[in-house]
Design a protein around this ligand. Structure first.
Ligand code: FCB
Length: 446
């Protein structure tokens, strides 16, 4: 089972999850610093203050990547390192870190893939309104420009945002992510301003000559609990709208889907969507990043008492997983990834895809065969999608290292490399060795 020539093999991380050094070299506080220090928000009171100490240990981490034969490494830049309070002149010492990292990667023959926003909004910008405020989108474009000026001579692959769905719906709707607000209107305003931020930054990066401009979404593979139920089919349409089409259509199909706008009209009058915004959001991209972990099963339950996992899903039930799950309790179903990739390719043709995250947390009490089988199954699913015509250019494992898993803190381990948080010792797991062999052969056993 051979992957196409030039298929990109790599791994991914994010700044707040691995860097630590939360106060070094002029870094300002982000919403995740505030959130993780707020009692009851993150498991066991964990914070990203030290994390994997990657800020100081990046040479060792790059050496580990090289030893596995990674061709690409996706990392994110911490906005509050670059602009401690989210605006104004760039902090050179913050940018120096990424400068050193990029040089180390290039020296090791690893392609640096930069994500500009993986959820660590400078706290000052949240204090000024956060993503529900339009100005934040403009601040993001300035920040993107500052990073591009420093790294654009060496970095080809630029991704604006990681999973704006999480930033908006979990950050401002359900409140399980920073900044922890629970306000449906704020969540939908955030969706728009995140997309606008992407469009403004994509335009600026393109004008500066960026090689490749992308955004990473976590598109849901939405499936009906009961394939014969009409109510469930309706639930699929609603969740596909709120989770997928509200992002994909303005990015890739010219504007917001009318059914989604009318669905959310009970939460917001949409006055924050201004003339010309959809055109800005639709700025051409070179790649769509896809993060996939688990399918989303839904059932309709019209008239049932409210609740809803996130705003707009009040009439929808998300049944608990059936079948095997990961250590997160997430259902393992690789075939849903094939379906999702083929659907993206069919509905949004001409945009190459890249799996920018896929992986699993497990308890890792011995050799991590369960992670190997998860990765193997999902790589086969990617291969199947390619055979059916989907233009998938690469695969990045989440994650290179065990790290700070947001509201689960350090309790959940996604790494192919184990991190002992007491000593910061790194130990490649069996899955890392397995992945090294897959990369070396560019194929899986048939
Ligand atoms: C994704 C995030 C990533 C990681 C994985 C498990 O939603 O982008 O940072 O936490 O989930």
């Amino acid at each position: 089972m051979r992957f196409p020539d030039g298929f990109v093999w790599g791994a991914a991380t994010a700044a707040y999850q691995i860097e630590g050094a939360a106060r070094d070299d002029g870094r300002g506080p982000s919403i995740w610093d505030t959130f993780s220090r707020t009692p009851g928000k993150v498991a066991a009171g964990h914070t990203g203050d030290v994390a994997c100490d990657h800020y100081h240990r990046y040479p060792e981490d790059v050496a580990l990547m090289a030893s596995l034969g990674l061709r690409a490494y996706r990392f994110s830049v911490s906005w509050p390192r670059v602009q401690p309070d989210g605006s104004g002149p760039a902090n050179p010492r913050g940018l120096d870190f990424y400068d050193r990292l990029v040089d180390a990667l290039l020296a090791a023959g690893i392609d640096p893939l930069v994500t500009l926003y993986h959820w660590d909004l400078p706290q000052s910008l949240e204090d000024n309104g956060g993503w529900p405020a339009r100005d934040t989108a403009h601040r993001f474009a300035d920040y993107a420009t500052a990073v591009y000026r420093r790294l654009g001579d060496r970095v080809r692959g630029w991704t604006t945002l990681n999973e704006p769905w999480c930033a908006a719906y979990l950050g401002y709707g359900s409140g399980v992510h920073a900044p922890g607000r629970q306000d449906a209107a704020a969540a939908f305003r955030s969706v728009h301003h995140l997309l606008l931020a992407h469009g403004l930054a994509a335009t600026a990066l393109r004008a500066g000559g960026a090689g490749s401009v992308a955004i990473t979404l976590n598109p849901a593979a939405v499936l009906p609990a009961d394939p014969a139920s009409e109510a469930d089919a309706h639930a699929v349409r609603v969740v596909d709208g709120l989770h997928n089409r509200v992002f994909l259509d303005p990015l890739l199909a010219g504007g917001y889907p009318p059914d989604v706008l009318s669905h959310i009209a009970r939460f917001t009058d949409l006055s924050h969507v201004q003339e010309g915004d959809e055109k800005t959001i639709g700025a051409a991209i070179d790649m769509l990043g896809v993060n996939y972990y688990s399918p989303t099963y839904v059932a309709g339950r019209p008239g049932a008492p409210g609740g809803g996992a996130y705003p707009g899903t009040e009439d929808i039930h998300f049944p608990p997983p059936s079948g095997p799950v990961t250590g997160m309790g997430w259902q393992i179903e690789p075939s849903a990834l094939t379906t999702l990739l083929v659907r993206l390719h069919t509905d949004y043709p001409d945009t190459p895809l890249m799996i920018t995250e896929n992986g699993a947390a497990f308890d890792d009490t011995g050799p991590d065969h369960d992670r190997i089988s998860y990765l193997d199954g999902h790589l086969r699913a990617v291969h199947a999608a390619i055979s059916r015509g989907a233009d998938v250019r690469g695969y990045l494992v989440w994650s290179l290292l065990d790290n700070f898993e947001w509201h689960d803190g350090y309790a959940k381990r996604f790494g192919i490399i184990h991190v002992d948080y007491e000593t910061q010792r790194r130990t490649p797991k069996h899955s890392a060795m397995w992945y090294r062999d897959v990369i070396a052969s560019g194929s899986l056993p048939a």
